[in-house]
Design a protein around this ligand. Structure first.
Ligand code: KIV
Length: 275
């Protein structure tokens, strides 16, 4: 059966309230990235709680070496594709590089992503972003903030490096997490930071943290689809596990990922960074 022609009873789309209930009960949230309808349908059927249409599509779909070339028009196109394939998973979309430089520009572009089917938008940045987050949230745009390694800042960071390793950097990251939460962010993605810092941030705020290379104590996990299927020809980051290995199918790999996230067995120590 093709999942895209699924004739079974329609399933309701997961809401932010349902993700919050999972967070409050301690159930881990399993996110994956997707960029098109067929994989979105497969993930939805395999039980992922949430799909992120990431600007990582710049790397894995378009073949760029960073996410900075990705445009809002390209993001809208991929969100529309994913929204057609997905039925019940929560749907988040990345705001691409330079699409949220002012609050007004952010609102305009977030509206395009939400009209395409996104239920929440994700923005990379620390203290400077608080005003924009407040502006969006006041206008009914749910926001996920993104701290730690922020790939859109690769050229200012000087490469893809683990963040928050020094006591000062860790302190700053915790302060920014609280500030962005207070500005109205309803979720926080943490990328490539030491596991103990992932745990401290998760304990310091009252919104779910979604980790990618941020240790097992985050409220949920996310991986780039191509990475977890071993389908990306580039360098494999330490935080990636190939879930297709030992599974007979892509659906099996996605189910194995969801099971390990829920059980708290992924990420294992070998996928984690130390201070
Ligand atoms: O663009 C993306 O895929 C991301 C990752 C951190 C999951 O933001």
């Amino acid at each position: 059966m093709s999942y895209l022609q699924d004739t079974s009873a329609p399933r309701a789309q997961t809401t932010i309230s349902q993700l919050n209930t999972m967070y409050q009960s301690g159930e881990k949230i399993a996110f994956l990235t997707a960029y098109e309808a067929s994989f979105a349908a497969l993930m939805d059927h395999a039980g992922v709680d949430a799909i992120l249409v990431g600007d990582s599509l710049g790397n894995v779909i378009q073949g760029h070496t960073s996410t900075t070339p990705v445009t809002i028009e390209e993001m809208v196109y991929h969100v529309e594709c994913v929204a057609r394939g997905n039925q019940s998973a929560f749907l988040m979309a990345d705001m691409p590089f330079a699409s949220y430089s002012t609050p007004e520009q952010a609102m305009d572009n977030a509206a395009h992503l939400m009209r395409a089917g996104a239920q929440m938008v994700k923005l990379e940045g620390g203290e400077w972003l608080a005003e924009t987050i407040r502006f969006l949230v006041d206008r009914s745009v749910p926001v996920c903030a993104h701290l730690g390694l922020m790939p859109q800042s690769v050229h200012t960071l000087g490469g893809f490096k683990v963040q928050g390793k020094s006591p000062e950097a860790a302190k700053k990251l915790i302060a920014e997490a609280k500030l962005l939460q207070d500005a109205g962010a309803q979720m926080l993605l943490l990328e490539a930071i030491p596991s103990d810092l992932g745990k401290q941030v998760t304990q310091a705020i009252q919104i779910p943290t979604i980790g990618i290379g941020a240790g097992p104590d985050c409220s949920g996990q996310v991986l780039v689809m191509h990475d977890m299927l071993g389908a990306f020809p580039g360098r494999t980051p330490k935080f990636v596990k190939n879930f297709l290995e030992g599974q007979g199918s892509i659906e099996g790999a996605i189910k194995a990922y969801v099971k390990e996230v829920k059980a708290g067995t992924f990420p294992a120590p070998e996928h984690c960074f130390k201070s």
